[in-house]
Design a protein around this ligand. Structure first.
Ligand SMILES: Nc1nc2c(c(=O)[nH]1)N[C@H]1C(S)=C(S)[C@@H](COP(=O)(O)O)O[C@H]1N2
Ligand SMILES: [Mo]
Length: 212
């Protein structure tokens, strides 16, 4: 629960922000909240891998952590919007572009969507276009991600609600038809555009997502 004092703080923090910067219904919390379902997994360098599988054009591929670290890094400045209504503005994310993995393990011609998988079976589905616009982040504001926030690597998809960005990512599955991920199966919107307040699946129009 937020206390009245917290709400005053959130209003003050929002006061200096351009009106078009905060999606409808969002507020600015203190700091960067930690939010996830279940436990924080431990990172084990010896067994960790990152896999691309499913409807690949050629062979499936996997990377060890040192191999991921050898991939080109890109930097993106972006905001972060959680469906529980907090928004963290202006983070500098550094990490690996999804395009690096798409190029190394190209999808078959009929791939339309991906499922991004994390430790413990958390998953989120994205169209190929939304996925390509994201970033597999390893650092934020010049610091490596902490375990709480998804170390060693998490997806961020700034133009969608943050549940579309699994922390502790382990694989990407290429799909030839859209399929709902963890929260998308549990009542959250398939597309999740914060600017359209696409929070819940009951708001979906035909074509926004696969039938339940
Ligand atoms: N693996 C995993 N990733 C996850 C989640 C989760 O429960 N498990 N929660 C999502 C949700 S709802 C949000 S808002 C963000 C929160 O990221 P943060 O804890 O770094 O703020 O992580 C997303 N990624
Ligand atoms: Mo969230």
């Amino acid at each position: 629960m937020t206390s009245p004092l917290d709400r005053i703080g959130a209003r003050k923090r929002a006061a200096g922000v351009a009106a078009d910067r905060l999606p409808p219904g969002q507020y600015i919390p203190r700091g960067w909240p930690v939010l996830h379902y279940g436990r924080v997994p431990a990172f084990d360098l010896a067994t960790w891998d990152f896999r691309v599988f499913g409807a690949t054009a050629g062979a499936e591929q996997s990377w060890s952590w040192p191999q991921v670290e050898a991939l080109p890094r890109v930097e993106v400045e972006a905001d972060f919007h959680c469906v529980t209504k907090f928004s963290v503005l202006g983070s500098t994310w550094r990490g690996v572009s999804p395009r690096s993995f798409l190029e190394a393990a190209p999808p078959a011609a009929d791939v339309t969507h991906v499922m991004v998988w994390a430790e413990y079976g958390y998953s989120s589905n994205l169209s190929l276009a939304d996925f390509s616009a994201g970033l597999f982040a390893t650092d934020r504001n010049g610091e490596p991600l902490t375990s709480d926030h998804g170390a060693p690597m998490r997806l961020v998809v700034p133009h969608l609600y943050a549940w579309k960005g699994p922390k502790w990512v382990r694989s990407v599955e290429y799909l030839t038809a859209d399929r709902r991920g963890f929260w998308e199966e549990r009542g959250y919107h398939n597309r999740a555009d914060p600017w359209l307040e696409q929070r819940y699946s009951y708001q979906e129009s035909p074509g926004d997502g696969p039938e339940f």
